[in-house]
Design a protein around this ligand. Structure first.
Ligand code: UDP
Ligand code: MG
Length: 320
């Protein structure tokens, strides 16, 4: 029977912790009863350096339900992405599949069952995808959608309207832990694992209590992280711009020379305008070119795995 570990990053979530613990334990009980997961399945709360009573509450929950509720306490606040990674790498050796979900229960806990079903069908990664964003404020909705569009335009492969609510099999978690990069954007890495994936759809709810820990500032930081960790397209854009300006310099040269010979110009203007355009273009071109090399260095230092083996037929079979 397969053991499930539910990973929940928590930052100042004292208002919702008990509620989500109860809801998630309910899900575990139901799944155990229907024989879909083993009875030692658990919820793992990751306390991301909360400044309120979150950790005390996690300890209380663990005392009350020692076999169902576990906790990890991080020393200080490291942010949602790292807290989640800490949780995933911790549970990777403890269970056969994990589901990551936010503490605020905005994601529908009832689709976890569907995720587990897909796992039993042989999927390694199951994405929870939001159907609509009716309950989000207009501002949150448009900024979030702009975020996915921007990612797409910058060539970062992500699943549209999927946040970090997803199921991962044990080998997906193990493979994920091979990605040792420091600038972490989970939603970009998971699709790189290449395993068989599927989606389940749900309606996103309102926060049970408390307020969003993801203000616009953090969203922008996440977007920049996502782009700068996955794409060298901005560098290429600088290079292209440099080339365009150099071409424009030719047009400017023709215009300046014509004006010069027609005698309509102040002395010195022609040479000034020519060097201005040409040097500007040349500089951008040079920066872009250097940037291309930096882009290569940056891809090298990540030391990402070059491939992920899914199956081997024959000797030393790697099948499950
Ligand atoms: N979170 C975290 N560390 C942080 C910020 C947030 O672990 O520095 C957790 C938070 O407790 C929640 C999840 O990340 O479980 C998502 O945060 P939130 O619900 O505030 O984001 P939103 O849904 O508004 O985008
Ligand atoms: Mg939330």
């Amino acid at each position: 029977m397969d053991r499930l570990g539910i990973v929940v990053p928590c930052y100042n979530e004292e208002e919702v912790l008990k509620i989500s613990s109860e809801a998630l334990r309910g899900v575990l009980d139901r799944l155990v009863r229907s024989g879909k997961i083993s009875d030692d399945s658990f919820v793992m709360f990751v306390n991301d350096g909360s400044r309120d009573r979150t950790w005390e509450l996690i300890e209380e929950e663990h005392k009350a339900h020692p076999h169902q509720v576990f906790g990890v306490k991080l020393a200080g606040n490291v942010g949602h992405q790292f807290a989640l990674t800490a949780g995933l790498t911790t549970v990777a050796t403890m269970c056969d599949m994990s589901v990551s979900i936010d503490a605020d229960l905005q994601d529908d806990v009832d689709v976890i069952e569907e995720m587990v079903d897909k796992f039993h069908e042989g999927k390694d990664i199951v994405y929870g995808v939001r159907r609509e964003r009716k309950t989000d404020t207009f501002f949150k909705r448009t900024t979030a959608q702009g975020f996915y569009k921007l990612m797409d335009a910058m060539g970062v492969r992500t699943v549209y309207n999927h946040a970090d609510f997803r199921l991962m099999s044990r080998r997906a978690m193990e493979q994920f832990s091979m990605y040792g990069e420091r600038n972490l954007y989970l939603r970009g890495i998971i699709p790189l694992l290449g395993y068989e994936t599927d989606c389940v759809y749900y309606d996103r709810k309102e926060r049970v209590a408390g307020e969003s820990k993801y203000p616009l500032r953090k969203m922008l930081a996440l977007a920049f992280d996502g782009i700068s960790s996955f794409s060298t397209r901005p560098i290429s854009m600088v290079l292209t711009l440099g080339i365009i300006i150099m071409v424009l310099a030719i047009a400017a040269a023709i215009y300046a020379l014509v004006s010069y010979f027609m005698g309509r110009v102040q002395p010195g203007w022609t040479s000034l305008i020519l060097s201005l355009w040409f040097l500007g273009g040349l500089q951008l071109f040079g920066i872009g070119l250097v940037g291309k090399y930096i882009g290569k260095i940056y891809i090298e230092v990540k030391q990402r795995p070059r491939f992920n083996v899914e199956k081997v037929l024959g000797d030393g079979e790697k099948e499950d």
